[in-house]
Design a protein around this ligand. Structure first.
Ligand SMILES: [Zn+2]
Length: 293
């Protein structure tokens, strides 16, 4: 690693600003980071840990600045600490000493071992052969989780100084998502799964516009099945105030070799299709803001 690489790896979050006239669109990719911090201290194979990455998602969506939006993405892996979990979503049984902050783990994160700090890999292997000192978790919150949340909050506030705003929370999902969730698949997993917390984080109209934009590019789309959204949607989505927050999960089988984490040859075409989807979303945003201004 040369010096500039060392510095860029030290930055927990990157923010790509609009390269054209800005619109009230902010996209964020909390799980595509691949820089594993030296103090992680895990005991499993890195290849197993990497299966929870949404590898390359920020690259797939790199047209965001070109349509006037801001793209925020994490550089650290979600298995280290997850920006899409509440700060209190902590499993205290992982810790070596008492936790000084709030504790409110969800039943789902306890069951899957994937709260704020994951205890299990996606194949349910224990990530640590030790209990984590509380100060290590506090360090991750302070130097990774909080800077990410801060950058995203700032980008959203800048986008919506007045009037409506649009937030796309970007992810990718394993092609065996149902198996991972311990469920029998009711139907084949869609290419794209949109999540709007069952209508609580986003208007039905905007979810429909994004659904149609992907369908026009030839993708199958499902809504809230099997993923409806997590903490970033709960935090930022408030459709009654015009704050639209929509989660977008891409099926990894369409762009990634899930074993090696290398891009498939088709990935460039997927990226171009996403750019077209973004142009349609930007057109919608322009039409709404033209009416309201
Ligand atoms: Zn994700």
């Amino acid at each position: 690693m040369n010096l500039s690489e060392a510095f860029s790896r030290a930055v927990p979050v990157e923010v790509l600003l609009p390269t054209t006239d800005s619109i009230a669109l902010v996209c964020d990719s909390p799980h595509s980071g691949t820089a594993y911090p030296a103090d992680f201290g895990y005991c499993v194979a890195t290849a197993d840990l990497r299966k929870s990455e949404d590898t390359y998602v920020h690259w797939l969506w790199d047209a965001v600045p070109r349509v006037g939006g801001t793209l925020v993405h994490a550089t650290f892996p979600r298995s280290y600490i997850d920006p899409n979990r509440h700060e209190n979503d902590i499993d205290v049984t992982m810790l070596a000493d008492p936790w000084p902050g709030g504790v409110a783990p969800t039943a789902r994160s306890l069951a899957l071992g994937n709260g704020l700090v994951s205890s299990l890999t996606i194949t349910r292997q224990p990530i640590y052969a030790r209990r984590l000192p509380a100060h290590e978790v506090a360090h991750r919150i302070e130097h990774y989780w909080r800077p990410y949340r801060h950058a995203l909050t700032q980008a959203l506030e800048m986008a919506a100084s007045n009037g409506p705003r649009w937030h796309l929370n970007l992810h990718s999902m394993p092609s065996n998502a149902y198996e991972r969730l311990g469920r029998v698949a009711p139907a084949p997993l869609a290419d794209v799964v949109l999540g709007d917390l069952q209508g609580r984080s986003c208007s039905a109209n905007f979810t429909e516009i994004v659904t149609e934009a992907f369908r026009q590019q030839g993708y199958t789309v499902a809504v809230n099945e099997p993923y409806a959204g997590q903490d970033l949607l709960r935090r930022f989505g408030e459709p009654s105030r015009g704050h639209e927050s929509l989660q977008i999960e891409l099926n990894r089988a369409i762009y990634l070799d899930e074993q090696t984490r290398e891009l498939l040859p088709r990935a460039s075409a997927v990226r171009e299709d996403i750019a077209k989807v973004l142009h349609q979303i930007a057109e919608h945003i322009h039409s709404v803001t033209a009416v309201s201004s």
